[in-house]
Write a protein that binds this ligand. Structure first.
Ligand SMILES: Cc1cc2nc3c(=O)[nH]c(=O)nc-3n(C[C@H](O)[C@H](O)[C@H](O)COP(=O)(O)OP(=O)(O)OC[C@H]3O[C@@H](n4cnc5c(N)ncnc54)[C@H](O)[C@@H]3O)c2cc1C
Length: 393
């Protein structure tokens, strides 16, 4: 096999482009040949990423909007929070795609190919990518294509919990000013909870413009008109807006599961959702991808294996995610009640740290203490026992 590239990245989505962007910023990679492959041109604004962070991030210049305050609403409890040292930020998919791919045009060591990857494998000590037309070997392959048929695997294994986080969002414009663009609605549970955990978030980007997303954590997706009905109802009845136009629509499905996505093997390193960077209990992925990319770059520069081993703390968070999923899938407690308790009884900063897998054990114990022991304790004990005898770990 003739090797032309030092690194191949399959998938030019969030994970592939976040990794490539960091590679282009480091002189270490300037004499390395990098190949990026995606099956489609990334020219559609197909998603909006929201996340929180304290410091400016690597994509700071394309942050589309940011908020220092968030609102939480449910029928039992509502409150406004200052995010203290955090900012809640929004990045539009198209801005990230264009920024990284335009930058790549300036680098003669980076090649971008649009073709469908049919398979990836390890052969003779190299990773091998096969498309319909070509085969590309390289010492390292960073793969963000979800080949793993996780849904089939989880439905076969009764000890794995899974839900789909699915949502439809509308960027709406109103003729009158309706929004306070300094405050984002993080979660509003004042929607029908009969289908399962469901909430709306409202991300205002101007006094008359906001992205409004209807999100559910359930086993099956809805018909398109069911999302529309709930969005219309919320906009009319809760936000009291009767006239608006939809400027843009986005739809997405994110796996929420304690299924262990493969980290890759041999010369293949899985990244992004395919590499287990989606948090099982929340679906948040963007910041986990950024942290993972940073670690991969660090390892490559230091001449270490870029297959990052899981820190012990990561296993702790997998346990919490798994408990949370069991509570929701087993219908032990309604999602709106669980999140209401979480927000009512804990400081926002701790909640955000916890959701980012960055809290201390002491903070986690405090959070656990605010949850109903009768529901959470038996599940926690059973999960810890399973893990001790080699289950999830
Ligand atoms: C609509 C939407 C909104 C989201 N919002 C948030 C959010 O607010 N915050 C957050 O933290 N997370 C969010 N997520 C979750 C997560 O951040 C995104 O899914 C993120 O894009 C995952 O990055 P990725 O690189 O793993 O996958 P992707 O970005 O989906 O990239 C995978 C790439 O692989 C390519 N590909 C797939 N199959 C092949 C093949 N056979 N050959 C070649 N190329 C292939 C695809 O074209 C794609 O470009 C959202 C997800 C969606 C769908």
């Amino acid at each position: 096999m003739q090797q032309q590239y030092d690194y191949i990245i399959t998938g030019a989505g969030c994970a592939g482009l976040s990794l490539l962007y960091r590679m282009m910023q480091q002189p270490f990679f300037s004499n390395k040949k990098i190949l990026l492959i995606d099956k489609q041109q990334k020219n559609r604004n197909d998603r909006t990423w929201c996340f929180w962070e304290k410091q400016p991030g690597v994509f700071e210049k394309i942050v589309h909007y940011r908020w220092k305050q968030i609102d939480f609403y449910s029928n039992e409890f509502s409150s406004r929070y200052d995010l203290a040292s955090y900012e809640y930020k929004m990045i539009r998919g198209i801005d990230l795609y264009e920024t990284v791919l335009n930058e790549a045009k300036r680098y003669s060591n980076v090649t971008v190919i649009y073709d469908e990857v049919q398979s990836i494998s390890n052969q003779q000590g190299l990773a091998l990518v096969s498309t319909g037309k070509d085969r590309f070997p390289a010492p390292y392959l960073f793969n963000s294509i979800l080949f793993d048929d996780w849904k089939h695997q989880v439905t076969q294994n009764k000890s794995i919990h899974f839900l789909l986080q699915h949502f439809k969002g509308w960027l709406i414009e109103t003729d009158k000013d309706h929004f306070n663009e300094r405050i984002a609605t993080f979660m509003d549970f004042r929607v029908n909870q009969n289908r399962g955990t469901a909430f709306i978030y409202v991300l205002p980007v101007a006094p008359n413009k906001a992205l409004i997303e209807y999100t559910l954590f359930t086993e099956n997706v809805l018909e398109s008109n069911e999302y529309n009905e709930e969005l219309n109802r919320y906009i009319n009845e809760v936000l009291n807006i009767d006239k608006f136009s939809v400027l843009h629509e986005e739809y997405g499905i994110i796996p929420m599961t304690d299924h262990k996505f493969s980290k890759g093997e041999g010369r293949i390193i899985n990244i992004g959702t395919a590499g287990g960077q989606t948090k099982g209990s929340s679906g948040y992925t963007f910041q986990f991808i950024q942290k993972h990319s940073e670690k991969i770059i660090e390892a490559l520069i230091q001449g270490k294996n870029p297959a990052i081993t899981q820190a012990f703390a990561a296993k702790r968070y997998r346990l919490y995610d798994s408990i949370f999923l069991k509570v929701l899938t087993g219908k032990k407690m309604q999602g709106d009640k669980l999140f209401s308790l979480l927000f009512k009884k804990n400081p926002t900063e701790t909640i955000l740290k916890f959701l980012d897998n960055e809290s201390s054990f002491k903070e986690e114990l405090k959070i656990m203490n605010t949850m109903p022991a009768g529901i959470f304790m038996p599940i926690a004990i059973q999960k810890i026992a399973t893990q001790l005898i080699g289950g999830l770990f």
